[in-house]
Design a binder for this molecule. Sequence first.
Ligand code: GAR
Length: 203
Amino acid sequence: MPSKKAKIAVLVSGGGTNLQALIDAQASGIISSGKIELVISNKDGAFALTRAKNAGIKTFTVLKKQLGSQEAFENEIIKILDENGIDLIVLAGFMSILSKKFTSHYENRILNVHPSLIPSFCGEGFYGLHVHEAALKKGVKVTGATVHFVNEIPDGGEIIMQKAVEVKDGDTPEILQKRVMENAEWIILPESTEKICKQIISK
Ligand code: GAR
């Protein structure tokens, strides 16, 4: 096991099943080159915060409404990240678009998981269940998930890993979402996180 570990911050907005996958991967050793130092939510009371607390991880809630602007919101997040010496930011169901100022500050240091095979069904407006609704509406037979670096273009950064998932007759957006999470997201997000942490600590 490497002695030095990359410090990870996970940004969340909702249920946090991807955060749970990261916590479990850390416990099982799939993630061994990094450690989840803290979790930041932009939603009050997000269940992801409970998952973090249950795992003994520090949590922060940062609300744009309370801070008054996107700039103040991002500055507050940067302050937390810098104070804690964070090396890698993982967006795990984080439903807020970050500005160029933020993303360029952490070039190649922000990962996101998106529930489709980019470049299909991605970009502004494609998030959560909407992605699966669009895939079913189009009638695609294969969908999946993508982990990519985050830049100023929504879902536009370099692709790190993708995994395909079959669409089945009779799928609803909810059923498809669950299959994509179980068979793709919860696997490639921890694997990608380990891959990038390993690169960071070997530099
Ligand atoms: C996940 O399916 C994630 O890929 C998606 O939201 C869900 C969050 O679930 N993210 C996006 O759509 C980002 N564009 P979780 O809170 O249970 O991890």
